[in-house]
Ligand binder design. Structure first.
Ligand SMILES: [Zn+2]
Length: 322
């Protein structure tokens, strides 16, 4: 009888440190989530509060795990990461982490190996390991949330770029003349047309032309409300998702022509509006991408939902152990 290899039962503690929530899970080698929890991200200026929250979460998971041990900690953050150094380079929503050697700090407190990754990169790895991209080797993952994130996997390998800042798909320019300013300092980025924030802004801007819209008079519009209105056939909401789909399709056509991917996986909250923007997105891809490439690529919805980053983080830690 083969002795049980202890590494088969080891768990990875994966944490997704968002601007609002700290989500964490223990994940086994097969990608099964064994336990999970969520809390608010400590809104402290002091990085120690964040470290303390993560350390407390790992200890709680260690207490709950019976036979299985946590063998590594893998953390994803919303920002640029120096993976080799285990340092956060720049996290616009958590500026206290800028320049901080987060992996080393966690590792010394927990006596476990710890790694860091960018959230959108991890989501791409998660989708290829356990989600829509299973079986593929070259995929692009686009996350349409408050902003627009991206992850690129080429021939099975995450493409981070020389400085760890590759795949900023949200900051590809799709409109040089519109003048819409982006948080990155540029103008006309995909993010200002295809994010949840963009959908709300575009609805506000277009609303005077649609006096009959059910969205009139609502100052607290969210992308979800606009989607709901679109499902009911509201002309304003339909026009906004049409525009959003056109811009997204232009961005995807550029990516397809440059990278010739097998699959593009689209996730994030805005993907709930899929049936409203899908047709317009595909139309642009058909018009603008090379026919051979456009026929080849599958453009699909993400499958892992909010767990994509956690699963990707776990996968990246497991690969390091092997
Ligand atoms: Zn930008």
């Amino acid at each position: 009888m083969r002795a049980v290899d202890k590494t088969d039962t080891k768990l990875i503690f994966a944490a997704d440190l968002g601007g609002t929530h700290l989500r964490a899970a223990t994940v086994d080698r097969t990608g099964r989530i064994r336990s999970r929890f969520k809390q608010n991200t400590p809104q402290a200026k002091d990085v120690n509060a964040i470290i303390h929250a993560i350390v407390a979460a790992v200890r709680e998971c260690q207490r709950q795990a019976s036979d299985d041990d946590i063998s590594a900690v893998s953390l994803v953050v919303p920002g640029t990461v120096d993976v080799e150094a285990g340092a956060v380079v720049k996290a616009p929503n958590l500026p206290c982490l800028n320049g901080f050697q987060l992996a080393a700090a966690l590792s010394s407190q927990l006596n476990l190996p710890a790694i860091l990754e960018n959230d959108a990169n991890a989501a791409a790895v998660g989708e290829m390991w356990q989600g829509a991209g299973v079986g593929c080797k070259t995929i692009i993952c686009v996350t349409l949330g408050t902003g627009v994130g991206g992850g690129i996997i080429l021939d099975g390998k995450l493409w981070r770029g020389v400085d760890g800042s590759a795949a900023e798909i949200g900051h590809m320019c799709v409109d040089p003349f519109g003048g819409v300013a982006c948080t990155c300092g540029s103008r006309g980025c995909l993010e200002v047309f295809a994010s949840a924030t963009a959908i709300v802004r575009m609805t506000r801007e277009a609303s005077p032309r649609y006096p009959e819209s059910v969205l009139q008079g609502k100052e607290d519009r969210t992308a979800a409300m606009i989607f709901e209105a679109g499902q009911q056939g509201d002309e304003l909401a339909l026009e906004i998702f049409r525009r959003m789909g056109v811009y997204l399709g232009i961005g995807l056509a550029n990516l397809i022509n440059i990278l010739n991917p097998e699959m593009i996986v689209i996730g994030g909250g805005v993907v709930n509006g899929w049936n409203l923007f899908e047709k317009h997105m595909h139309q642009q891809v058909e018009e603008r991408a090379f026919p051979l490439l456009a026929e080849r690529v599958k453009i699909v919805r993400a499958k892992c939902g909010d767990d994509a980053g956690l699963l990707g983080a776990a996968r990246l830690a497991l690969v390091r152990q092997d």
